[in-house]
Design a protein around this ligand. Structure first.
Ligand code: G6P
Ligand code: MG
Length: 218
């Protein structure tokens, strides 16, 4: 009964984690705040503001300074994504999207990023998706279910007809809170709460995945 897929973008269809890291790192260096790629792991799927809060810790910044730093980081990030192309799609992404389209499955993007539309355009997949929910769509960030519920509505689907593909713990939590099916990409320590855990989209076939899900439903 699954009729639509909602894909997270960063870490699922493309690996922007490194670009987010470079942008946050530049900001942290300018502010004299220690920050390394290990610290960056905790920022996976985390909203822009919450990411900054994790970086600055208890340093006393004013709201105006926080706003300025979020804008500064974003300007560095926007510069970096200008160079993205379809080569930056993760292995298996295009093949899976094409297979789903051929099977008549609706496809939405559910990303917390305000840059999602730009990234989708740069990746060259705009014509493969039916709807985009991004960082402008709802107020409450993941793990709240709001973004995925918004996305299902865009696709004209009920939550139970929708399946979310996510790489972040907060995203899996959001999908489950929305009453949707959840596929987690990555280590069990991170996405183990999902109905199905896969290493990546590489080699994934819709028929195999559907069989796994109907085993669970039984
Ligand atoms: C996604 C990414 C996060 C990012 C967030 C906001 O969830 O995984 O790393 O912080 O989007 O992105 P934005 O482009 O709006 O700063
Ligand atoms: Mg993600």
């Amino acid at each position: 009964n699954i009729q639509g897929f909602i894909f997270d973008l960063d870490g699922v269809l493309t690996d922007t984690a490194e670009l987010h890291y470079l942008a946050w790192k530049k900001l942290a260096d300018e502010e004299g705040i220690p920050f390394n790629s290990q610290d960056n792991e905790a920022l996976r799927g985390v909203s822009r503001r919450a990411s900054l809060m994790l970086i600055v810790g208890d340093r006393p910044y004013t709201e105006a300074q926080i706003q300025e730093m979020m804008e500064r980081k974003n300007s560095y990030y926007m510069e970096l994504i200008q160079n993205m192309t379809s080569k930056d799609l993760l292995p298996g992404a295009i093949a899976f999207l094409d297979e789903l389209r051929q099977a008549g499955i609706k496809i939405g993007i559910g990303s917390a990023s305000k840059n999602a539309r730009t990234v989708i355009k740069r990746l060259g997949i705009a014509d493969k998706v039916d709807a985009i929910a991004d960082g402008y769509s709802v107020q409450q960030p993941k793990p709240a279910p709001d973004l995925f519920l918004y996305s299902a509505k865009q696709l004209g689907l009920e939550p139970a007809q929708s399946i979310v593909v996510e790489d972040a713990a907060a995203g899996i939590e959001a999908a489950l809170a929305a009453g949707m099916w959840a596929v987690g990409l990555g280590p069990v320590e991170r996405v183990g709460a999902a109905h199905v855990v896969l290493p990546s989209l590489e080699g994934i076939k819709w028929a195999d995945l559907r069989a796994k899900l109907s085993d669970i439903a039984r």
